[in-house]
Design a protein around this ligand. Structure first.
Ligand SMILES: N[C@@H](CCC(=O)N[C@@H](CS)C(=O)NCC(=O)O)C(=O)O
Length: 202
């Protein structure tokens, strides 16, 4: 299989951690196409209709995306237990995942708004609105800290990738100050070798 992605992306990092946790590293090669919201990479769009990373090319040649679909596929492929089974526990976990992943979407959107969009075109209310999503999600996780430090769960992996991305791109946010219990949880997770090996700062 081929994973298309660039390691600093929180979504690509999540898939990379899942690959590591499922012991699939030998079966997946990484390729890094250019994926950019305004600089269109036609070759990549020919493969992936939204032009976003991550995408996974299966051995059959079929492409799958986005990151949740890829993680779900890999978990089933490897008969893993990263996604809880059972109607309610599964949706509860996927909802936690979607809060973390949605906050990562808002953070990536902020990155584009502040680092890619020309300064004269930047819209401060848009920036405020995206920050609100990120900070509200952090507050929610502070009130709903993962019960244990087991990273072997997709929601926790997505949360760890969100927090790692905030540290990487938005260290000024100083989210730890507003979420001390979440910070303790993240410090524990962040010590795991799989987190260190996939760190955007590595
Ligand atoms: N919901 C998607 C989000 C993927 C995403 O936003 N990826 C960014 C990089 S972090 C990207 O490809 N941006 C290029 C673009 O928007 O065209 C997922 O979970 O895979």
């Amino acid at each position: 299989m081929i994973l298309y992605g660039s390691p600093p992306s929180p979504f690509v990092r999540k898939v990379s951690i899942v690959i590591g946790q499922l012991n699939l590293s030998q079966k997946v090669k990484l390729e890094s196409p250019k994926a950019h919201p305004t600089e269109i990479n036609q070759d990549y769009y020919a493969l992936v209709p939204l032009g976003k990373i991550p995408a996974l090319k299966l051995e059959s040649g079929q492409f799958i995306h986005d990151s949740l679909v890829i993680c779900d596929y890999l978990n089933e492929f490897a008969n893993g237990d990263l996604i809880t089974k059972g109607l309610l526990p599964r949706v509860e976990m996927l909802t936690r995942h979607s809060i973390a992943s949605g906050a990562a979407d808002a953070a990536v959107s902020l990155r584009y708004e502040t680092a890619v969009r020309p300064e004269a075109l930047q819209w401060s209310q848009w920036i405020d609105g995206q920050w609100h999503k990120v900070t509200t999600a952090i507050k929610w996780f502070e009130e709903n800290v993962p019960e244990h430090s087991d990273l072997m769960q997709l929601d926790n992996i997505a949360l760890a990738c969100l927090l790692g991305y905030l540290d990487f791109r938005f260290s000024d946010l100083n989210w730890r100050q507003h979420a001390p219990q979440l910070a303790v949880w993240f410090n524990t997770i962040n010590e795991l070798s799989i987190m260190k090996n996939t760190s955007p700062n590595a």
